[in-house]
Write a protein that binds this ligand. Sequence first.
Ligand code: SAH
Length: 341
Amino acid sequence: MSKPYLKDFTPAELAALPEITPAYRAKQVFAWLHRGVSSAAEMTDLPKALRETLDERYTVSKPTMLRRQISSDGTRKYLWELADGNCVETVLMRYKYGPSVCVSTQAGCRMGCVFCASTKLGLARNLLPSEILDQILFAGLDCGERVSHVVLMGTGEPLDNYDNVRKFLTLVGTDGGLNIGARNISLSTCGLCDRIDRLADEKLQITLSVSLHAPNDTLRQQIMPIARKYPMEWLLRSCARYFEVTGRRVSYEYIMIRGFNDTPACAEELAERLRGQNAHVNLIRLNNIAESPLRPSLPESVREFQRVLTERGITATVRRRLGDDISAACGQLRREQINRL
Ligand code: SAH
């Protein structure tokens, strides 16, 4: 059996470990871990005996960087290999306010959305809290800047790995570690309603992003199997509740697929569905993926769609494309890697 991962522990949990005495050492251990050391041996201000015991009984995780691509706009994409040979990808985007890191929450995904490359090979396994955190830690160290924002929008469905994602949210916001506040974190979901309700009750200040991608169940069910389990009415009710409970405005992602969901009539229907909600819609032109007949909408359809929404009082923005010259979108590096094996 593999040894427990030290980065899965909060400072309080570290302090409760029998090996870590006196308890104040826990803070030091936590800080070293979240600075990216590769073993306890490197924690130079701790007694040697403690360092040796920690290395004997626990793992200090460090993914291997298999590939790194750097785009002309500064976007960096990483493919990491985890201890058991699974691969995950991470994207670091540079904004005026600082770097934002997009993390994967699962190796693969079992949601089966037809437009998404990440789900084609199914779910390999859930990531540990430490494995989600490591993506930010090591991408940040590689780019040399403090990461200011995190989006849980990489491979995987974060709410399908609820407990580990919840623990990750605690760890990443802890003082002495990466210390990234909830308001700088967005979680994107394909719409697992009961989990959205549970997340709302945690009363965190994170932004909830919901992958809507259609104005009605008929269209949504054609591209997102999860829509058969959770109808849109239920989803929108959970989103409204999320806003009521947390005070955080929900943001909706809408992939624009040519001739499928991008007509002005779709925009009108969407505006009608979202009316009265303090919603924000993010329009995203579909990224082409291999072997898929779906094509991105034409730029003029995107503009028209946005105009119709705005006219009806729904704020809508068009997502800027970053990393266009590298395969930065949605599970493509991991897929290339697995196909090569
Ligand atoms: N499972 C979560 C988070 C991962 S997907 C979710 O569904 O939200 C992150 C975002 O990328 C989602 O909005 C997803 O719909 C979108 N996405 C997936 N494939 C895409 C593609 N080919 N083009 C554009 N966006 C895509």
